[in-house]
Design a protein. Sequence first.
Length: 277
Amino acid sequence: MDEVRPRLAAVLGNPISHSKSPRMHNYWLKQNKLNGYYIPIKVELESFEETIQALVSMGFSGVNVTIPHKLSALKIADESSSTAQYIGAANTLTFTQENKIYADNTDAYGFINNIKCKYPDWNPKKGTSVVLGAGGASRAVIAALLSEGSKKIIVLNRTIEKAEALKKYYGNKITVESWKNINEVVASSSNIINTTSLGMNNESLIAINPNAIPETALVSDLVYTPLETNLLKMAKNRGSRTVDGLGMLIHQGVPGFEAWFGQKPLVTEELRKILIK
């Protein structure tokens, strides 16, 4: 009798020890009584493609991709989703039975679903959305906001050249402002989204006047260590609606898990509590 082979998936990055993805996916495997494993693999940038090809040969179902491999993941794919192409990066690779690589980006999906799960009435079509940062995460957030019909998006970045590069990519769909004008820009916003690493581990906090944050604004921080960042604390004290970054991590993992293991997992409060520990 042939032994049933477990399905395998992984998360690739550098660094990788901080990742909560293995705990999350292995929780889902256990909850759904599925035969599979999900492991973290530290991979240097120059070894990325070689590692992917090795995993394909070993029969892995797919991988999540994090810093610094999201651009490379899209480049090596045989096929890619329109979302990944639009964002210009991939965080989810699925390996087909023909050993082909399919790239997707579920960060935008995770961002939107995280907010709507907490605030079903959230409507980004109204008002101005301010995006702090101009890296890969900001691309996903901008793409998500545009897909939801957002009419006005302002990007601020400490290095304005990077923000201008996004402007060149997205055209008139976004506006760029200087980081030094952060208080003035935020004061007239409806949504504030931090896509930078500022505030991670309570280091290099965002220099913003708490009184500039509108009480009516929704404030989202993609950083999830700590769960309540300094930005979210300031927004909470102002009476603003707040959304932490852990939910985005959980929601972005759903499509990949379903593709690799054949079952859509549930996003539950129990899972959040497990990942917070």
